[in-house]
Design a protein around this ligand. Structure first.
Ligand SMILES: C[S@@+](CC[C@H](N)C(=O)[O-])C[C@H]1O[C@@H](n2cnc3c(N)ncnc32)[C@H](O)[C@@H]1O
Length: 231
């Protein structure tokens, strides 16, 4: 089956940068920003040699930033788009990439084998009817006490909604409301939703206030973090 993202990969970053132009930042800025957030939240909570998976890694740009943040970890990336995986392999040779099957919805990792699974901007490309199955699969491969983090677009932010509607790669996508994502994840452990990216570049001097705003549900993006139950 032809993968939707195979058609975008040659121009993927241009599409993303174009979509993000209202923010005044590039997609690389956001990829690095999210990798640094992961590091701020979890670096001291998972082992230095953590096993980490980027689920839906695309061209691997964020995977590379995560690799920089967790240099002693073993990083994996999966995506159903073979062309994206090819691009990711060129971008970050230190990461182990593979194609995952959308048909089986299964991931080729042992039960309880990973310290952290994260996924950025992926679930809104997965049909809602498949979310539970994928979440159960992510929870299966994470160790008890390990973490799952989903980064998603916030449909409560008008700029995000405008951007989403004008982005060709989001044509078949559907945003996830923060409450929905919270409920999806909380069955697997303690979960919190954090909002971020409140200010465009022209107001970047205000960004130092963002740590105070993580519970205000209007950031352009949000992350939902679950620490898997049990130890
Ligand atoms: C908007 S891109 C995000 C890519 C990357 N995470 C990033 O932050 O740049 C969405 C990605 O989700 C992937 N995707 C779609 N359905 C998926 C599935 N069932 N399993 C894993 N990845 C999927 C697409 O192939 C695409 O690479």
């Amino acid at each position: 089956m032809k993968q939707e993202f195979d058609q975008y990969i040659d121009d993927y970053r241009r599409h993303c940068d174009q979509a993000l132009r209202l923010s005044g930042e590039t997609s690389a800025y956001f990829a690095e920003y999210k990798a640094k957030k992961l590091s701020d939240w979890l670096k001291r909570k998972i082992p230095a040699k953590a096993q980490i998976l980027d689920f839906g890694c695309g061209d691997g740009l964020m995977t590379q930033f995560v690799h920089n943040e967790f240099p002693n970890g073993q990083i994996y990336g999966v995506d159903p788009s073979p062309k994206s995986i090819e691009a990711a392999q060129k971008q970050c040779p230190g990461v182990m990439f593979s194609v995952n099957s959308e048909e089986s919805m299964q991931l080729d990792f042992e039960n309880h084998s990973l310290d952290l699974v994260f996924s950025a901007g992926v679930f809104h490309h997965i049909p809602f009817a498949h979310h539970d199955k994928y979440m159960a699969e992510l929870a299966r491969i994470v160790k008890p006490g390990g973490y799952i983090v989903l980064f998603e677009l916030n449909p409560l932010n008008p700029f995000t909604v405008w951007t989403f509607k004008h982005t060709p790669i989001d044509r078949h996508a559907h945003m996830l409301r923060p409450q929905y994502t919270y409920r999806l994840m909380k069955q697997y452990g303690s979960t919190e939703v954090l909002f971020y990216c409140f200010y465009p570049k022209m107001f970047s001097w205000l960004r130092k206030t963002e740590p105070l705003l993580t519970k205000v549900p209007f950031g352009a993006l949000y992350a939902s973090l679950t620490q898997k139950r049990g130890r």
